[in-house]
Design a binder for this molecule. Structure first.
Ligand code: FDA
Length: 281
């Protein structure tokens, strides 16, 4: 079942998946799975995989970028996050040289502020502009304010609903409120002139974005839809056929278990949904 959501164990598996997806007119963001490393050596090993990915993306001319998790880059290992900052800064330098982009994924809410601070600091370096971006989660109450701050500085955002278990003190407990906020935040993003990612498999969210773009006369190439590898491939293909930009998040590596469990935990009727999606594609 995990191979439905994970492209394979090796860099080569991920690159093969990216090439195949690119053949269908879909870009990718490559994610070497892993999180919450416990030693600096582990963090550096994780970063080395990303350096190899960036080299391969450039060498093969792939329409791809990378997504990284700060806890995989050693965020937990010192209170100032100096290790993660230095490791990710090197990755962004490499992405600049390779002509591509580093997306910093968003993890649980205990990391939100530190992630935003780190990405803002990296983006403040003029040569990094347009080469590093962040993720914002629609389930958090704070997100509209964060989007205003980040887009004010020109930082590109991937908007998603949010995949971690959060308390009602920080996040909307009800799906309907998360969905309503997702639509509000999508509009907030589309009102900027930056290139953002609308990351969802929810047809109602996709429809709302399409409708907003239509009524506001926004160029449909001014943003991209993003989806996860193996999820709603029919919808991915349909959007490409309609002329929208689509990017798929391609996770790979041995540490697939927490990622896979988040995918399964996404909704109560998960196994049923999974079966339905497998039949659809
Ligand atoms: P929702 O969960 O409401 O699902 C809507 C419909 O989509 C379902 O009815 C079903 O048809 C389909 N679907 C959704 N998930 C499925 C699954 N696992 N299997 C089968 N069908 C499924 N989160 C986070 O906290 N930090 C991050 O950095 C990221 N990054 C990220 C990148 C990209 C490209 C995507 C698409 C998503 C993320 N996420 C994330 C995950 C995100 O927060 C969210 O948990 C999932 O995308 C599911 O939410 P939906 O918007 O798809 O809606």
């Amino acid at each position: 079942m995990s191979s439905r959501f994970v492209a394979g164990m090796t860099i080569e598996d991920a690159l093969r998946a990216a090439e195949s997806i690119q053949g269908q007119g879909i870009a990718s963001t490559l994610d070497s799975l892993g999180e919450n490393v416990t030693t600096p050596a582990e963090a550096q090993r994780s970063a080395d995989i990303y350096h190899r990915l960036l080299d391969a993306i450039q060498a093969r001319g792939l329409k791809a970028n990378v997504s990284v998790k700060l806890t995989q880059m050693g965020m937990d290992l010192d209170p100032e996050h100096s290790l993660a900052r230095s490791i990710v800064s090197d990755l962004v330098d490499h992405a600049v040289a390779a002509g591509t982009f580093v997306r910093v994924d968003m993890e649980g809410s205990e990391y939100t502020q530190a992630t935003i601070d780190l990405v803002r600091a990296l983006h403040a370096k003029p040569e990094n502009r347009g080469h590093v971006g962040i993720v914002i989660q629609a389930y958090l109450y704070r997100s509209a304010q964060d989007i205003a701050t980040l887009t004010g500085e020109g930082i590109r955002i991937r908007l998603c609903k949010g995949a971690y278990k959060e308390p009602p003190a920080v996040a909307f407990p009800e799906k309907k409120d998360v969905d309503a906020n997702f639509i509000r935040l999508t509009e907030q993003l589309l009102d900027t002139s930056l290139y953002h990612g609308i990351a969802t498999h929810d047809e109602a969210m996709v429809a709302a974005a399409k409708e907003y773009v239509r009524t506001k006369n926004i160029d449909r190439h001014q943003f991209e839809f993003q989806m996860l590898y193996g999820v709603r491939r029919d919808l991915q293909r349909a959007l490409v056929a309609e002329g929208y930009n689509v990017r798929v998040y391609v996770p790979f590596g041995a540490e697939w278990y927490p990622y896979f469990m988040r995918r399964l935990a996404e909704r109560p009727a998960n196994v049923l949904f999974l079966a339905k999606n497998m039949l659809r594609s």
